[in-house]
Write a protein that binds this ligand. Structure first.
Ligand code: HEC
Ligand code: HEC
Ligand code: HEC
Ligand code: HEC
Ligand code: HEC
Length: 510
């Protein structure tokens, strides 16, 4: 095999291609630079820099990942095996460098994390969860460019699986972003949520068009945004300037907890990741805050809506995530009538003694029904998320509300939606078992989700027929409605169960 590879590399130097043994599926030589993200930097400096500051590059450095995997291996007597590491450092597993992820420090860095080679050599995805992604092992870099200019380092080929305009990219991303644990619990469901949503549907107006997701959105269309301007995508002689660059930071809600990728460059990468997160977050939710005289007395009604996430919110590691509503209602003279979800940044929210707390997350339980924190212990779960719409204008069904009874009509109510990528009590649990450095817990931040930072005052609020008087996060971003007339054609109207097409317009169903 080594001789074969040496031969392949020689040919590669002459005509740029033909590595490994695509026919037999034998992996290529461990020293082949095609496996090393740093080898891409020369010609793809921006892709490299963005990837290096991404959670994909961080996946096997993440101290919480390492702590949880170590504890999981210990508590299951090694039964977890390569379960965790096959998503957090997939190349290391495929190349036989690890069986449990406990020896990461002995494995060259180029095999840590979700690397360029793993995504760009993928040719098939055989199931919907736990990363059943097949690689070609032929060194051909697959992407969205139909006519790649030749270069002397790698062969390139077009592939719909690496082209964000096609639904096929959804299962490349989704196969890892969907976890069924060894006990059979469907614990992370980002892909399943997306599949159930209208974002995954082919365009009903023209099923034949090549761009199959104009109607909905694929994971890359939301997570790998592109500029309207075209550019070059490789610093190499003879490349055309009419390409689209796709963002490789792929941000969600998580941020690195240690100076990453190294202390010297960390501030730059961290700043860049925060900026990308802020940009996505500024439109992710909508909310309304209303005050009314209810049947049983005065009440505050808070409405929340998942506006731009193509899956539930929060999603992914929802058993670790904590998102909640902080509410403070006062009357004249700043007398507090009601407080909920008010904690400082060092206090866990899930253990608050607060009957009104609106907390969004998964809770996980063992076989005895006891609440647990570590996901290999989970035998069942209970989920509170803001759902994604399953139909195009499914707005009315995906708004969620919470009623807070108060003794008197308040004069001012302030709310914020707050988000912690990981619950402090989960991290403290890992510290208590001796697996995590306590300094990491102090680095966990709490973020605001700005569209739903609202202040109600009697002056600022406007009356609404059913909900009392309200303030909203924006003009188009207000409590539930189904406006059938916005569905401009018979086909779109037919997609919405609440509407029917009559007399040339879409109208509410009788
Ligand atoms: C010596 C320069 C060079 C190096 C090093 C290099 N590339 Fe490329 N790459 C190119 C050129 C040139 C293109 C074609 C650009 C174009 O046509 O606009 C390209 C295209 C690509 C494409 C798009 C293929 C398609 O058809 O859509 C991918 C994906 C890619 N490279 C990944 C990588 C990865 C991953 C690495 C590191 C392992 C890497 N490249 C290293 C020069 C290079
Ligand atoms: C998690 C998977 C993933 C990883 C990791 C990844 N890419 Fe990509 N890359 C993609 C996808 C998907 C696209 C196509 C996006 C689209 O069409 O919307 C893409 C597009 C590209 C392109 C084509 C030009 C462009 O911007 O669309 C190049 C070149 C490229 N990637 C290089 C790299 C390099 C170099 C690395 C590592 C430093 C890397 N990628 C890491 C998934 C990945
Ligand atoms: C090999 C498995 C794998 C593939 C394929 C993959 N991811 Fe990931 N992704 C991960 C892991 C593991 C992490 C989390 C790393 C960590 O936080 O320790 C992650 C993190 C992320 C995050 C950040 C999550 C957060 O909470 O901030 C986003 C967004 C994301 N991936 C999107 C994508 C998209 C889009 C694609 C497809 C182009 C993709 N991923 C393909 C494994 C994968
Ligand atoms: C319509 C746009 C859209 C689509 C489609 C989409 N996402 Fe997201 N995603 C978002 C937004 C917005 C967020 C939330 C960011 C925030 O809360 O600040 C997010 C968050 C995430 C997160 C972080 C987890 C969390 O708690 O919310 C992950 C992981 C993720 N997405 C992966 C994916 C994957 C994988 C796919 C495809 C199966 C996908 N996304 C499709 C918009 C989208
Ligand atoms: C099928 C692929 C897959 C498997 C298996 C997997 N992970 Fe992950 N992991 C991910 C993805 C994708 C994310 C990002 C999701 C997000 O941030 O919402 C992630 C995120 C994480 C995070 C950081 C985010 C957080 O808030 O928890 C930790 C820690 C983690 N995983 C630990 C583990 C451990 C420990 C195991 C094994 C018991 C494991 N993972 C198994 C794909 C996987």
């Amino acid at each position: 095999m080594r001789r074969l590879v040496a031969f392949a590399l020689l040919t590669a130097a002459c005509n740029g291609g033909g590595r490994g043994d695509g026919d037999t599926g034998a992996p290529i030589d461990l020293d082949d630079p095609i496996l090393d993200p740093e080898a891409c930097e020369e010609c793809h400096p921006k892709h490299f820099a963005q990837w290096q500051g991404s959670m994909h590059a961080y996946a096997a450095e993440d101290p919480v990942f390492r702590a949880m995997n170590a504890r999981g291996q210990r508590e299951t007597n090694g039964e977890l095996g390569d379960f965790c590491i096959s998503c957090h450092a997939p190349l290391a597993v495929r190349l036989g460098l690890t069986e449990d992820g406990l020896n990461l420090d002995e494995i060259p860095r180029k095999f840590h994390g979700v690397t360029c080679y793993f995504c760009h050599d993928a040719t098939d995805v055989t199931d919907s969860h736990n990363a059943p992604i097949e690689l070609a092992w032929d060194g051909i870099m697959r992407g969205n460019v139909t006519d790649p200019a030749p270069n002397d380092f790698h062969d390139a080929a077009y592939s719909a699986r690496q082209d964000g305009r096609f639904l096929a990219t959804g299962n490349l991303c989704g196969a890892c972003h969907d976890i069924v644990t060894p006990k059979g619990v469907h614990l992370e469901r980002t892909y399943a949520e997306w599949l159930a949503s209208f974002y995954s549907r082919p365009d009903p107006l023209d099923p034949q068009r090549p761009d199959q997701t104009k109607f909905g959105q694929t994971c890359p269309q939301c997570h790998m945004s592109t500029d309207p301007e075209t550019t070059v995508i490789a610093d190499y002689e003879g490349v055309p300037g009419n390409r689209k660059y796709h963002d490789h930071r792929m941000v969600g809600v998580d941020v690195a907890l240690t100076p990453f990728p190294d202390p010297a460059t960390a501030p730059m990468y961290e700043g860049d990741q925060r900026a990308a997160i802020d940009d996505v977050r500024k439109s992710v939710l909508c909310g309304s805050l209303c005050v009314r005289q209810g049947d049983a007395g005065p009440e505050i009604v808070v409405w929340l809506h998942n506006e731009t996430a193509g899956h539930n919110w929060p999603s992914g590691a929802t058993q670790d995530r904590r998102a909640w509503v902080e509410l403070v209602a006062t009357k004249a003279g700043d007398e507090v009538l009601l407080e909920s979800g008010v904690v400082d940044d060092a206090t866990p929210v899930a253990t608050l003694d607060d009957p009104n707390l609106w907390l969004l997350r998964d809770r996980i339980f063992d076989e005895q029904g006891e609440e647990v924190h570590m996901f290999w212990e989970a035998a069942s779960y209970e989920s509170k998320q803001l759902p994604v719409a399953t139909t195009f204008f499914g707005d009315a069904t995906t708004w969620q509300k919470r009623v807070y009874p108060v003794a008197e009509m308040p004069e001012e109510v302030r709310i914020r939606v707050r988000l912690r990528p990981m619950g402090l009590e989960v991290l403290e649990d890992l510290v208590a078992s001796g697996d995590l450095d306590p300094a990491i817990v102090a680095r966990m931040e709490t973020f605001d989700v700005p569209p739903v930072t609202l202040t109600y005052t009697t002056q600022a609020a406007e009356p609404s027929e059913t909900y009392g008087s309200c303030v909203h996060s924006g003009d188009v971003c207000r409590s539930p409605f189904t406006d059938c007339t916005r569905l401009s054609s018979a086909e779109l109207c037919a997609m919405e169960p609440a509407c029917t097409f009559q007399d040339g317009t879409c109208q509410p169903a009788p």
